[in-house]
Design a protein around this ligand. Sequence first.
Ligand code: HEC
Length: 190
Amino acid sequence: MRFFAQYRVPLLSTSLVIGLAAIAAFGQRANQPATSQSPVERGKYLVTIMDCHGCHTPFKNGQPDMTRMLSGHPQDMKISAAPPTPAGWGMVVAETNTAWSGPWGVSFTSNLTPDPTGIAAWTEETFVNAIRKGKHMGAAVNRDILPPMPWASYANLTDSDIKAIFAYLRTIPKIPNRVPSPLPPANRTR
Ligand code: HEC
């Protein structure tokens, strides 16, 4: 008891110092996730958590088919007109999750692989501008990028994160797949 009474204060302050040091070290690590990751690793992480696969990788049996990773709407799945949308419903989605029909018409998810039918010709600048400005290929004169591409949310990414996504997309397998152009909206019944 006497021992404890004598050493209590130094013991307490030592553990406080160790505790603070641990918190400081942890805080530092938490603030610097990117330094231990290469841009490509960071890009892969972002593509995974931001659900690019949910729309750009065609679904098979309700799951993204990774043999067609990020290749966009399959060219052999022809859609020539917008399907009728039931009254009160906002959107119709193809079973692949790659064709979306709504008030804007029909949009088809792009091929994001580094194939000539994908984004092989895109520069990093094209990619950054498309995500930031919501214009096809980032050019002000081009059409708007259509829903449901969540570019307005992604526009809040840091430059280094957008560039990391692009760097990762450069490394994925090339998949030849020519995605069709968007279609106009169907005549609505309501
Ligand atoms: C909710 C569905 C959805 C998600 C999630 C999604 N996209 Fe898209 N994306 C689309 C659709 C649909 C288009 C086609 C839009 C069009 O034709 O205007 C598109 C188009 C694009 C384009 C081409 C834009 C252009 O200039 O024509 C790029 C690049 C792109 N997406 C990147 C991504 C990346 C990277 C992610 C993940 C970080 C992602 N998308 C997530 C639906 C989505």
